[in-house]
Write a protein that binds this ligand. Structure first.
Ligand SMILES: Nc1ncnc2c1ncn2[C@@H]1O[C@H](COP(=O)(O)OP(=O)(O)O)[C@@H](O)[C@H]1O
Ligand SMILES: [Mg+2]
Length: 510
């Protein structure tokens, strides 16, 4: 029998009980209560410590000192236990509350091991913080199909958590696509032949006119410009598809069509139908110059369709480290749209993306911001709402939950929350998740690196877990700045000395 840590006091209810103890248990610790032939599991949710004699009616510090001298540290601990369910009845909430006086024991780790063992469909994330002999697994099917949010301040362990998850999914032949905003996963070791790195490029031939029009920045009411652009776009596409697109630049081909028309328009002899639209055509040419500057590097006629690039059973990593936010938005939204479309297509006709996929979005608050419209946000929300039907899972990773679109966040039925200090972030997360109580929120600032609260359908009960450290991490951790400075200082001194020596060798007087 495990240790008794307290007894129920006062009025108890079906969902929580208060208890008094002489010892200090830990918030998040699992306990069991035996009554009415039931064995009920609970979690310690809040704790306070008090003294009967040193109460808040004493107004003289000297009196307190005297009482302390007599009493010593004879304090009581008072707390609440959240009832999680009957262990022998599939964790259903019991129908009768615990009688006052019921013993509260530390939960048996054998029972906990059973609860956190998901078996064939499980992924091990780590171990219980309070009982580290108990491994914690989550249900992969529920995690992927009902979406996940990994939230915490910088440095708390989000990327490590993602790596543990990706690694676990690869172990069950899972297919993952990571939108790697800072090129950190590119250097993570998920095992030989387990990674497929993709360049952030889209083939403009696969862009719809509305997509390319957005890149071109032509105002929505500029109908004449739009007409010419569409005409040039179609004609460029046609000639590229008929000819060989290798080595060509799509924007340049469109421009050359427009330039041809402009030249005709400027020729007084030709009586060109374009004469009256010279300004509009010149305007588009200007805009296309900007477009080439801004997006030229992500548009390549040699790029394969993003969907054809995805490999089954691998960590597909889209390396976005070298492109800016705007370009990332274009690439990410294009891929998200096509993943969803292609999965729908596959389930309808057998033609398309033939395997479920888990999409990991780092810096989700940049791609799907709360107060701004982006192209990616539209598709993130769509996948958050519809993805389940087509086995497309989302993992939103963010260090600034308050700037993350609350609509998308509330669709994440699973959460891993590591250390999170800012109250506005905490409130935003709490609004999105019904199962995050005030007492659990209160724990968030005191978590250490790698410690997390797990919530949602992927776990049978809310859990405080120490996430495993992923061993394949090659970069991404904190740099040692002092060492870096010292290294560059040494290099600088070396160069100076060398220059001095060369100068002296030349007979100079340094
Ligand atoms: N579960 C963990 N166990 C041990 N160390 C961890 C754990 N999680 C993170 N760390 C360490 O903390 C540092 C920051 O982690 P990281 O995952 O990059 O944080 P974030 O992505 O939230 O900024 C890393 O150097 C990593 O080694
Ligand atoms: Mg990170």
């Amino acid at each position: 029998m495990s240790k008794v840590i307290g007894r129920c006091v006062g009025e108890t209810s079906l969902v929580d009980v208060s208890f008094i103890s002489k010892e200090m248990p830990r918030v998040g610790e699992y306990v069991s209560l035996k009554y009415d032939a039931k064995n009920v599991l609970g979690m310690i949710e809040s704790l306070v410590r008090g003294s009967v004699s040193i109460n808040d009616q004493i107004y003289d510090p000297l009196t307190i000192e005297k009482i302390k001298a007599i009493e010593g540290d004879d304090h009581y601990v008072k707390g609440t236990v959240k009832i999680l369910g009957d262990i022998d009845d599939d964790l259903r909430i019991p129908r009768t509350p615990a009688p006052p006086g019921t013993e509260i024991r530390v939960a048996d780790s054998k029972i906990l091991k059973k609860i956190f063992n998901v078996g064939k469909y499980g992924l091990k994330l780590g171990n219980l913080i309070t009982q580290d002999e108990v491994a914690v697994e989550v249900d992969i099917n529920k995690m992927v199909s009902r979406h996940l949010a990994v939230l915490a301040m910088t440095g708390a362990g989000k990327s490590n958590t993602v790596s543990v998850i990706v690694n676990g999914l690869l172990n069950v032949n899972g297919s993952v696509l990571i939108f790697d905003m800072h090129s950190e996963y590119v250097n993570t070791d998920f095992g030989k032949d387990m990674v497929k790195v993709m360049k952030p490029q889209i083939n403009p031939l696969y862009l719809s006119f509305s997509e390319i029009k957005k890149l071109s920045n032509i105002p929505s009411n500029a109908y004449v410009q739009e007409r010419y652009f569409l005409k040039a776009f179609k004609s460029a596409r046609k000639s590229l598809i008929q000819g060989s697109p290798r080595g060509k630049n799509f924007i340049a081909v469109i421009q050359s069509k427009l330039e041809g028309w402009l030249k005709e328009a400027e020729d007084p002899e030709s009586k060109s139908p374009y004469s009256s639209d010279k300004k509009s055509i010149a305007d588009i040419l200007n805009k296309l110059d900007h477009m080439q500057d801004k997006y030229g590097n992500i548009l390549s006629l040699e790029a394969k369709d993003a969907i054809d690039n995805l490999e089954v059973g691998k960590a597909n990593i889209l390396d976005l480290g070298s492109v800016d936010e705007f370009a990332s938005d274009v690439v990410v939204s294009h891929i998200l749209r096509n993943v969803l479309r292609s999965r729908k297509e596959f389930l309808r006709s057998g033609d398309g993306l033939g395997f479920p996929i888990f999409l990991v979005l780092e810096e989700a608050h940049i791609l799907a911001p709360q107060n701004r419209k982006t192209e990616s946000k539209t598709w993130i929300s769509r996948i958050a709402r519809e993805g389940r039907k087509f086995s497309v899972g989302l993992c939103l990773v963010s260090q600034s939950p308050k700037s993350l679109d609350s609509d998308a966040l509330s669709q994440a039925n699973n959460m891993i929350i590591l250390r999170l200090v800012e109250p506005t972030d905490q409130n935003h997360v709490q609004r999105a998740s019904e199962s995050l109580s005030d007492d659990l929120i209160a724990q968030l600032p005191s978590l250490n690196i790698g410690e997390a609260i797990l919530l949602g359908l992927m776990t049978r009960i809310p859990t405080l877990v120490k996430i495993d450290e992923f061993m394949g991490k090659i970069s991404g951790g904190d740099l040692n700045i002092v060492d870096e400075w010292s290294k560059s200082h040494e290099n600088h001194v070396k160069t100076l000395n060398q220059q001095k020596k060369e100068y002296e060798d030349l007979g100079g007087d340094y």
